[in-house]
Design a protein around this ligand. Structure first.
Ligand code: HQG
Length: 180
């Protein structure tokens, strides 16, 4: 994706996950924004997005962060929200091991209190080490934790899988974590 489309993707992430009100946009309970309202709101706030660029971002986004509804009239982020939305995710059985990429400076706290979701709805877990390394690498030299997801699941803890393949949990207590 070229730089212009990445800029649009970041703008969409901000306003579809965290701050729709900042551009006077309203999301429904499931996180959907009307495409027309989104294009109008962004143009009004000095960030005009061409419809074709919007479609290209949704379709070529490296992580498939956004999705249109079946009619194409509405758009939403598929995960990563800090505002309250109901994505309608169903509980899923996770693979035996999932991974979390973080950085050294968070480790003592994570191994003490477990992974917590912070401002987001869920803790985000990766299906493979390579993905976790990229997630951790956003903050510095990545440190990878293995999550004993199979045991967590058998202990009755819920897992969800976002539309774009990110595993989500409410929290991961420290007894299920080990450093790779
Ligand atoms: C850390 C991106 C101290 C955690 C990625 C992480 C992902 C703790 C940070 C998605 C902690 C939260 C999410 C504890 C967790 N003490 N630090 N107890 N528990 N942390 O950004 O997982 O590009 O909310 O290790 O690819 O980094 O936006 O979560 O470093 O899928 O689509 O607190 O964001 O996706 O940071 O990333 P974040 P994350 P997008």
């Amino acid at each position: 994706m070229d730089r212009r489309l990445v800029t649009i993707s970041k703008y969409l992430s901000k306003h579809l996950r965290h701050a729709p009100q900042e551009i006077g946009l309203t999301l429904d309970d499931e996180g959907w924004a009307s495409v027309d309202a989104l294009l109008e709101a962004s143009a009004r706030r000095g960030f005009p997005i061409a419809y074709d660029d919007l479609v290209e971002v949704v379709e070529t986004n490296d992580k498939r962060r956004f999705a249109f509804d079946a009619t194409g009239d509405r758009l939403r982020a598929v995960q990563g929200h800090s505002i309250e939305v109901d994505l309608g995710l169903e509980r899923r059985e996770p693979p035996e091991t999932l991974y979390h990429g973080t950085v050294e400076r968070f480790l003592a706290s994570i191994l003490g209190q477990g992974l917590v979701r912070g401002r987001r709805h869920h803790v985000h877990l990766s299906k493979d080490v390579e993905t976790a390394r990229k997630v951790g690498g956003r903050r510095g030299r990545p440190v990878i934790l293995a999550v004993d997801a199979g045991r967590m699941h058998r202990d009755g803890r819920a897992f969800f899988l976002s539309e774009n393949g990110v595993w989500l949990a409410d929290a991961v207590p420290p007894e299920y974590l080990s450093r790779l």
